[in-house]
Each structure stands twice: as structure tokens, then as C-alpha cells.
Design a protein. Structure first.
Length: 94
């Protein structure tokens, strides 16, 4: 979004923090990944209730992947998490 002012153009850019997590087939990896998801959301200043909602969604999806997806041992489950002050986007791949 551009704004004019004092004969100059100023740009307002929304910062987005994005991180890619790779998780193996072991359920023991999940708590550390979920803690990192929570920390990333806190770092972007999301409300505590929103952070906990994001963690819950990630936990449910990743748990289902670990339990039910038939991913080769050498492949990882991926979670791409993008967080801004306006939106949270999670993309899961197996």
C-alpha cells in the first residue's frame, strides 16, 4: 500500500514470519515442534487464545499424519507456518 506525503511515497509493508518444520514419523518429535509453533505465534504478537487455537490445529493435524499417513521412513511430514498480525496460514504435506 502506498501513501503520498511530503512529495515522497512511503510504503507500508506487512511483515510475515514464515517457517518450515520437517517432522519424522515419531510422535516424540511433536511436542518440540508444537512448542516452536507456539513460540513463532507469540513472536508475532498474536493473542494467547489465538496462539492456543493454532497450536491445537497443528497438534491435531500432525498427530493424524503420524498415526495414519503412510509416509516412507526417509520422508518427513512438512508444516509450513506463516504468521502475520492479520492472518495465520498452515500448510501440511506428507
Amino acid at each position: 500500500m502506498a501513501r503520498a506525503g511530503s512529495g515522497r511515497t512511503r510504503w507500508a509493508v506487512e511483515k510475515r514470519l514464515e517457517q518450515l518444520f520437517r517432522i519424522g514419523q515419531s510422535p516424540q518429535e511433536l511436542p518440540d515442534v508444537l512448542d516452536e509453533v507456539e513460540n513463532l505465534c507469540h513472536a508475532r504478537g498474536l493473542a494467547r487464545e489465538t496462539v492456543l487455537d493454532v497450536r491445537l490445529v497443528a497438534e491435531e493435524m500432525l498427530t493424524n499424519f503420524v498415526k495414519y499417513a503412510h509416509v516412507a521412513q526417509e520422508r518427513a511430514i512438512e508444516l509450513r507456518l506463516a504468521v502475520s498480525s492479520e492472518a495465520v496460514r498452515m500448510e501440511f504435506r506428507d
